[in-house]
Structures are given as structure tokens and as C-alpha cells.
Design a protein around this ligand. Structure first.
Ligand code: UD1
Length: 321
């Protein structure tokens, strides 16, 4: 039976993909160095059969160990933060570019059939055209965006040069259960949700009119599972947007969250964040045509599910005290 490897399996998106694969009865191995991923995310999956390898994509030996006998890889491991990459571009380069090349080398040597790579909408940068489609010339701003784009190009190169099947999925601001809200660099919806539930004041960087195509996690999982199963001639060596195709401003997102959480306190405004893109919205036609991708959970419904999950976590923490 095929072995699936998920890199970054202890992270928000990686653990969600691993869980979906286990639910389908697949054999799944997870690789993570537990730097930003959490062991609590993989423990329940290990109980359901996940083979967990603690290791680092910056180590070729760890990548080789993780790729042994594998047929499909979901490469999710990364340092996924625009501001972190602005503060320390070298550190994020090592995970996002060197680590990706290590995984590709190990995959090539282990004769892996296909890699699905976690690309990023940040590759489009601040170009005025909306929605963003895959034919547009990339225009990355932050070091993070450059790194994620470089990973895509490496994927395409390995398809052309070594015949490894690769598919890049460009994510658009993914959110949902298990996203870590605790860091200053956490995704904005995870931060705002937990801040509002705790009754502490969220901060909007800039005027709040910036917009994002916030994508609920189950849509992203569906996109990944479709991409791994699609015929090679339709997807290999290609890049696809996977998003909701809804443009939501930060102010709108905050208002929606107020409605769901019941938060009535103030919202603070602060300086624009460096490296930020103003607007982001996906054209998802290519993914629809190539592998039948269609978002099934809207932004508003996804937000409701997400708030409910954080509320349950809070209740569990209280009952365990
Ligand atoms: C970017 C990418 C996204 C990628 C993510 C990885 C774009 C368009 N999107 O997300 O695909 O997955 O990096 O980290 O480049 N903000 C606040 N207050 C906060 C936190 C954030 O106002 O407390 C603002 C930010 O300044 C930004 C927006 O919210 O304008 C979204 O920020 P964030 O959630 O960090 O994601 P992006 O940087 O957009």
C-alpha cells in the first residue's frame, strides 16, 4: 500500500492533511522538528496509526529517512510568516528553500511518485490586478514570498529534469481549528478570534481596508487530496490557486468575528506592517478545471466553525484545571 509522507505534520495544515489521509485509511508518515508544530497535534494521530518521525527538513539525512518507501509527499513544512522572514530572512530561507531542496533530493533518490507543495499567494505580491490567476507574472515582496516562489520553481525544475511529478498549490490565508494563535506572527484570524474570546483588544495594522481571500482549512485539504489523485498530464509541473474566491477586508473580518464571539470592546489601529500586500483574491478556475476543486465552506461558515473550536478548547482547558 502507498505510503504518504506529510512534512510539517505537527503544524496546523500538515496535521489536518495527515488526519484526512488517516480517515481515508491511508498509510501515513509525518515529519516535523516540533519547532513551531506541536506534539499535541500529532499525538492523537499517532493513536490512529500515524508513524511520526521527529526530524528537520534542513537535514538531508532526516529527509532521506522520512522519504524511504514513500509514494506521495505533501510538503507543508516551512517557517510560514511574512514578518518573521522580514526580521530574519536567513533563518526562513534555510527552512523554506534549503529544506525544500533537501526534500526534493530525498524524493528523487527514493523514487517518490508525486509531491504536492504548499505554495503561497504571497508570490503575486502587490500587483493591482484582481483576482490573481496563475498566468500572472509573480512579484514577491517579502523574503517569505521569494522563498515560497523559489520552492515552486524548484518543483517545476525537478519535474522537467528528473521526471518527478510535482504540483504547487498556492494557499490563500488559510484558517481554522488548530491554527496557533499565540505568536505575534500567527495568522490574523487565529489571533483576533482568541483575543476577542478572551476580551482583549485586537490590533489592526494599517487602515483595515486591506483584503484577503481567507480560506477555511477543509477547502485546502480537499484541494490537496484532489491534486494528489489527479492525472499527471493535468497537474504535474503546474501551479494552482486553492482559495475561497471571496474578498474580505480586515474590518469586515473583525466585524464578522464580533458578531460570532459577542465581543463589544474596542479595536486598536497601528502602523502598516512591513512587507504586507494590500489586496489578495484568487481566481480558482484552473484548479476547478484540472481537478474539480470547488470550495465547500464559505468564509463566514468557516469562521463560525473556527470560533466554536477555540471556545471548546477554552472549555476543555478550564475543565482540566
Ligand atoms: C501571507 C500570505 C499567505 C500565507 C501567510 C503565511 C499574502 C497575501 N498572504 O499572509 O498566503 O499563508 O503569509 O504566514 O501574502 N494583521 C493585523 N493584526 C494582527 C495580525 C495581522 O492587522 O494582529 C494584518 C496583517 O498586517 C495583514 C493581514 O492582517 O495585513 C493578514 O496577516 P497574516 O494573517 O499575518 O497573513 P498574511 O501576511 O496576509
Amino acid at each position: 500500500m502507498a505510503i504518504y509522507l506529510v512534512t510539517g505534520a505537527a503544524g496546523f495544515i500538515g496535521s489536518s492533511i495527515a488526519e484526512a489521509l488517516l480517515e481515508r485509511g491511508e498509510t501515513v508518515r509525518g515529519l516535523d522538528n516540533l519547532s513551531s508544530g506541536k506534539i499535541e497535534n500529532v499525538q492523537p494521530l499517532m493513536a490512529r496509526g500515524l508513524e511520526f518521525v521527529e526530524g528537520d527538513i534542513r537535514s538531508s539525512a532526516d529527509c532521506a529517512r522520512a522519504c524511504r518507501g514513500v509514494e506521495f509527499i505533501f510538503h507543508q513544512a516551512a517557517l510560514p510568516s511574512v514578518p518573521k522572514s522580514v526580521i530574519d530572512p536567513v533563518k526562513s530561507h534555510q527552512s523554506n528553500i534549503d529544506g525544500t531542496l533537501n526534500i526534493l533530493m530525498a524524493a528523487r533518490d527514493a523514487k517518490v511518485r508525486r509531491i504536492i507543495y504548499a505554495g503561497s499567494s504571497s508570490a503575486y505580491g502587490d500587483t493591482p490586478t484582481l483576482p490573481k490567476h496563475e498566468e500572472m507574472k509573480p512579484s514577491p515582496i517579502s523574503p517569505y514570498a521569494v522563498q515560497k516562489l523559489c520552492g515552486e520553481l524548484y518543483m517545476q525544475s525537478f519535474t522537467q529534469v528528473y521526471g518527478l511529478e510535482t504540483v504547487t498549490i498556492r494557499y490563500f490565508n488559510v484558517f481554522g481549528p488548530r491554527q496557533d494563535p499565540t505568536s505575534a506572527y500567527s495568522g490574523v484570524l487565529a489571533r483576533f478570534t482568541t483575543q476577542m474570546l478572551e476580551g482583549s483588544e485586537p490590533t489592526i495594522f494599517g487602515d483595515g481596508l486591506q483584503s484577503r481571500d481567507f480560506t477555511y482549512i477543509s477547502n485546502v485539504i480537499d484541494g490537496n487530496l484532489r491534486a494528489v489523485a489527479a492525472p499527471a498530464e493535468r497537474v504535474s509541473g503546474k501551479v494552482f490557486n486553492v482559495a475561497t474566491a471571496e474578498q474580505i477586508s480586515l474590518i469586515q473580518a473583525a466585524e464578522e468575528l464580533r458578531r460570532i464571539t459577542g465581543y463589544t470592546g474596542p479595536i486598536r489601529y497601528a502602523e502598516d506592517r512591513e512587507g504586507d500586500v494590500k489586496h489578495s483574491l484568487a481566481d480558482i478556475t484552473a484548479a476547478k478545471e484540472a481537478f474539480g476543486y470547488q470550495p465547500t465552506v464559505s468564509f463566514a461558515h468557516g469562521l463560525e466553525k473556527t470560533v466554536l473550536w477555540y471556545q471548546q478548547q477554552e472549555q476543555l482547558a478550564h475543565s482540566g484545571r
